[in-house]
Design a protein around this ligand. Structure first.
Ligand code: PRX
Length: 631
């Protein structure tokens, strides 16, 4: 099923458009199904209702584990590289991973979990995180992984939205030279989560934790009480596999729902093709499993293809900025998949950290999460790939389940900062404000997808109407991505960034409304408006305009207080980089904040503010500019 030439790509693409059911039906044959489907696809984008591989039965873990045992039991499935380079790394073969997943699946059952239950996972980047995820899938429980950087309140909101029955966590996590007390955060979260019956706690940092009788149990104790035989639950192709929360333009994060069959096929197919994965190769994705990239391209995609996937606990700059390159050399990594923000951050350290880096094992490089600027692209190409490794700039989203627009390694001619061409099965189109499709090349517009693909979201958990509204109502019969995009003369796609009120900070999606809600919770704050601004390392930074009329002797302290509130309400990842105190916000007569103006001011471009005549009080703008310039 691997595409090895541009001609093969073109043929595959054509077939995927002309005969999509036949195309995906054939690809799906390379997976293990307990029972075949009677219909490959039924869909409409109005409701929306999308079903792939209807009637088919499977368990994704049989595809990620069991089916490799006959020939590859002793092959490395996971290589774990700890935060501390002095500590030993751990290799889990497919046989070992299978045993541990089955054992932990039995632990979940022993603690009351069954098919359909939702389980929240809040863990560090350790092999047990992947084991917990796969164990949920093994018994048909729906996992909802929450990134370790979210606050107790954010976790509680997510747990309550999905009515999770169990939580799997650890005492703590390491991040560079910091220790993060995960269990303590969970304890705070659970004060407001009545549905949670049990918490399974892994020992990792050996931080003292409170263990509540009847609710909290230790992972290490539990695994002693069960064996490692666990028959996989038979799942319908359209049964839920997981929920992953993501930010949109409204205040509340949405639980994006992925289902078993289509997601598996899409994650596996795209992994194998985009990276041109060859048997025996070591693949290293630097994302956190708490994001979709980790779900699809650390766990499900690679393992479904029998690959060796590196899980790295640490950060690129600890103990120093050569860490990624050390990991690459130590484990002889062939494929490295990372984010522009990491590349830009490492670039800023110059050549010194690369002095002792061999990097000869590398064959393919990948980028994900945000637009990659040309400078970073060239640095990645020249310094890391030594001009010999294709860079796959992969565009996709939590909602798409897998990579959508991307070069195929060694097949598609790459072009700096272009995600290039749609993968087979993906029918992108650009539309103008009136919803008209823009035909031809050398054009730009809003990026939509015209036809379903197996990895697409099916709903937003507990609120199907919200899914319809958010993705399928802006343009009839199309999935709207929220991204702006241009298509150049060669038909190559370049993603230009979000066109809605979502900011992409270091590849993490943050809704401006969410941050505003958090800031507005701070005592004394009357109103706020949050916009993104270009940031050298993070891609975008968060700029908050805040109305805070109280007389504050120490502005700096108030700023810090506000940051503390945001950290409590959402998590440290949502802290604004800049806060400007203002006495009013530019609003239209109907009371809408004109973010366009605020974005310009945040960018430092005060001269080109466009038409301000529709503002209720144009003087506000003068005042804001004045304050911004004084700062
Ligand atoms: O704006 C696009 C940007 O990240 C958004 C999706 O974010 P999230 O759901 O968190 O998933 C990130 C990892 C898949 C998109 O709407 N984005 C993602 N990849 C790229 C990108 N922008 C430009 N180029 C990319 N390669």
């Amino acid at each position: 099923m691997q595409i090895n030439s541009i001609e093969a790509y073109e043929l595959a693409y054509q077939k995927s458009v002309e005969k999509p059911e036949q195309f995906w039906g054939e690809i799906a044959q390379s997976f293990h199904w307990r029972k075949p489907w009677f219909k490959v696809l039924s869909w409409n984008f109005r409701d929306p209702e999308i079903k792939w591989f209807e009637g088919a039965k499977l368990n994704i873990t049989e595809n990620c584990l069991d089916r490799h045992l006959a020939a590859h039991a002793d092959k490395a499935a996971i290589i774990w590289e700890p935060n501390d380079p002095e500590q030993d790394s751990i290799t889990l073969t497919y046989k070992m991973l299978h045993e541990r997943v089955c054992r932990f699946a039995n632990v979940l059952k022993r603690n009351g979990a069954k098919k359909g239950d939702r389980i929240c996972i809040y863990m560090p980047m350790v092999p047990e995180l992947a084991i917990a995820v796969l164990a949920c899938a093994r018994i048909g429980a729906v996992h909802s992984v929450v990134f370790g950087g979210f606050s107790a309140k954010s976790i509680a909101d997510r747990i309550n939205d999905a009515a999770c029955k169990l939580v799997v966590t650890a005492d703590g996590a390491y991040r560079g030279n910091k220790k993060i007390e995960l269990k303590e955060v969970i304890d705070d979260a659970l004060i407001g989560c009545p549905t949670v019956e049990k918490v399974i706690v892994l020992t990792h940092t050996r931080t003292p934790v409170s263990m509540l009788k009847g609710r909290d149990v230790w992972w290490e104790d539990e695994v002693k009480h069960v064996n490692d035989v666990c028959e996989a639950e038979e799942m319908d192709a359209e049964d839920l596999l997981f929920i992953l929360y993501t930010s949109g333009s409204t205040g509340k994060p949405k639980g994006v729902v992925h289902t078993c069959g289509g997601y598996m096929v899409y994650a596996g197919y795209t992994f194998s093709n985009v990276f041109n994965y060859q048997p025996g190769e070591v693949y290293f994705c630097t994302a956190d499993i708490g994001w979709i990239t980790g779900h699809s391209y650390i766990i499900y995609g690679p393992l479904s293809q029998g690959a060796t996937s590196v899980i790295f606990e640490g950060i690129p700059t600890y103990p120093d900025a050569s860490r990624f390159w050390q990991v690459v050399d130590k484990h002889q990594v062939n494929i490295l998949y990372t984010a522009p923000t990491a590349i830009r951050s490492l670039m800023s350290y110059g050549d010194e950290p690369l002095k002792n880096a061999g990097l000869e094992s590398l064959r393919v490089l990948g980028s994900v999460g945000e637009p990659i600027n040309e400078e970073a692209w060239h640095w990645f190409d020249e310094k890391i790939g030594k001009g010999n490794c294709p860079i796959v700039d992969t565009w996709w989203q939590t909602e798409t389940g897998g990579i959508m627009i991307s070069p195929i390694a060694n097949v598609t001619k790459t072009k700096p900062s272009y995600a290039t061409l749609p993968l087979p099965g993906i029918q992108p189109c650009l539309v103008d404000e009136n919803g008209q499709e823009i035909i031809g090349n050398g054009v730009s517009g809003n990026l939509c997808i015209k036809f379903p693909w197996p990895g697409m979201l099916r709903t937003t958990y507990g609120d199907h109407e919200r899914c319809r509204q958010t993705y399928f109502s802006a343009y009839p019969d199309m999935y709207f991505t929220g991204d702006g995009c241009l298509r150049d003369e060669d038909g190559y796609y370049r993603i230009t960034g979000r066109v809605d009120d979502v900011i992409n900070v270091s590849g993490h999606r943050i809704g401006t409304a969410e941050v505003e809600n958090a800031i507005n919770m701070h005592a004394g704050v009357v109103e706020s408006a949050v916009v993104g601004f270009p940031h050298e390392v993070k891609g975008q930074g968060i700029f908050a305009f805040v109305i805070y009329p109280e007389h504050h002797a120490d502005e700096e302290l108030t700023r810090k207080d506000i940051l503390q509130t945001v950290t409590r309400m959402i998590g440290a990842i949502a802290k604004p980089d800049k806060i400007l105190f203002v006495s009013g916000l530019p609003k239209t007569r109907s009371g809408k904040i004109m973010r366009r103006i605020l974005r310009k001011i945040a960018e430092g471009d005060m001269t080109n503010l466009g038409d301000t005549s529709t503002l209720l009080d144009p003087a506000v703008v003068t005042e804001i500019i004045d304050r911004a310039q004084k700062k």
